[in-house]
Design a protein around this ligand. Structure first.
Ligand code: FDA
Length: 316
């Protein structure tokens, strides 16, 4: 119920204006967003790297409505990658993995544009992959709602012909995902596995949390048994424990898979896992278009909402 209310608010322009202009929002944004621009995001990334974590940076924004804006966002990524290179953060730590990488939503760079949107997004994604390669970094294509899954996976396959280090994301709430895991568990395939963040119909997605978790574990086993580099994106302590146990079972060392979490979510746990030798990557969103992202995080976990409300009355 609360989740539906928050998700509805995430699409309401009036509430967006109200929340965006409230001075108190700044405290919440500071917790979950790595900064307003690339230079602030690189600063946040440096701090995480100093703490023994890896990072993936995401320029906030999705569903770009015009071709010019898609180009502006692609340029933003090119500037970000150069800044990561200059800051010494883009160093490779394995043949396919870098200390810092970027996460890109294809809808932000034109995928949803009418006509040749997919082609426009592919061309921008190619430029971003080339810029990443030039500084040593890598790219992950975020996954959006199920109507885009086929197009995004097709773009991933095309990009991997020239940039095999490019990663994709699969969502365990989708009924199709076990099959996608099998298809994408070959040599060198970097796949981030998450539960999935969009509201999807029962025809394509499990609706019960337990089914989503069981699917996550089945997918985890497929990826770990494969020859790729799985990246388990979850804050769920049970799934993190199972991932570590299953990795051992499948004979994967701590540098042959990653655990991933979001900036500001369970930060002490991120550092604890890294101290125990796990490869932990933090997803750092940045930019001014934070409203939709933040509302999805609040919808996922109502106690994040109480954190927000507490900050309304807090003096600091
Ligand atoms: P979930 O929200 O189901 O929580 C399970 C349990 O985890 C809770 O019961 C609690 O015990 C613990 N927990 C969760 N949050 C906590 C908190 N703040 N503090 C303490 N404990 C907490 N989605 C998508 O559709 N496409 C994508 O490309 C991505 N990319 C992505 C990258 C990364 C790095 C992450 C971590 C996540 C994504 N996601 C995503 C989002 C993902 O699909 C999912 O919506 C969220 O991660 C929430 O699901 P969890 O598995 O984290 O646990």
């Amino acid at each position: 119920m609360l989740r539906s209310v928050i998700l509805a608010a995430s699409r309401n322009r009036g509430i967006e204006r109200l929340v965006s202009n409230a001075p108190v929002s700044r405290a919440v944004v500071r917790r979950f967003v790595g900064g307003g621009d690339a230079s602030a995001a690189v600063g946040a990334a440096s701090t995480l790297v100093e703490d023994g974590l890896l990072v993936t940076l995401d320029h906030l924004g999705e569903d770009t409505g015009d071709a010019r804006q898609a180009g502006v966002i692609a340029e933003e990524y090119l500037g970000l990658l150069q800044a990561l290179g200059r800051a010494g953060l883009a160093e490779r730590i394995g043949p396919l993995t870098a200390r810092a990488e970027v996460s890109v939503k294809l809808s932000a760079i034109g995928q949803a544009l009418p006509g040749d949107g997919e082609k426009i997004a592919l061309e921008h994604a190619r430029r971003i992959c080339a810029a990443a390669r030039a500084v040593g970094a890598t790219v992950t294509l975020d996954m959006e709602d199920h109507t885009t899954t086929d197009a995004t996976l097709a773009t991933l396959v095309e990009l991997r012909e020239d940039f095999p280090e490019t990663a994709g994301v699969l969502q365990s709430y989708l009924r199709r995902t076990e099959g996608d895991c099998r298809a994408l568990s070959g040599p060198g395939s970097r796949i981030r596995l998450c539960k999935g963040a969009y509201k999807e119909p029962a025809s394509v997605a499990y609706q019960d949390d337990l089914d989503v978790d069981v699917s996550y574990v089945r997918c985890m086993n497929i990826l770990l048994a494969g020859q790729g580099y799985p990246m388990f994106a979850t804050h769920d302590p049970r799934l993190v424990d199972i991932a570590r146990e299953r990795a051992k079972f499948h004979g994967k060392g701590q540098h042959e898979y990653e655990l991933q979490m979001l900036y500001g979510v369970r930060p002490s746990e991120q550092r604890r896992l890294a101290r125990e030798g796990e490869t932990v990557r933090v997803y750092v969103p940045y930019g001014s278009d934070w409203y939709g992202y933040l509302m999805r995080r609040l919808a996922e976990r109502p106690s994040n909402l109480s954190f927000f409300l507490r900050s309304l009355v807090s003096k600091r």
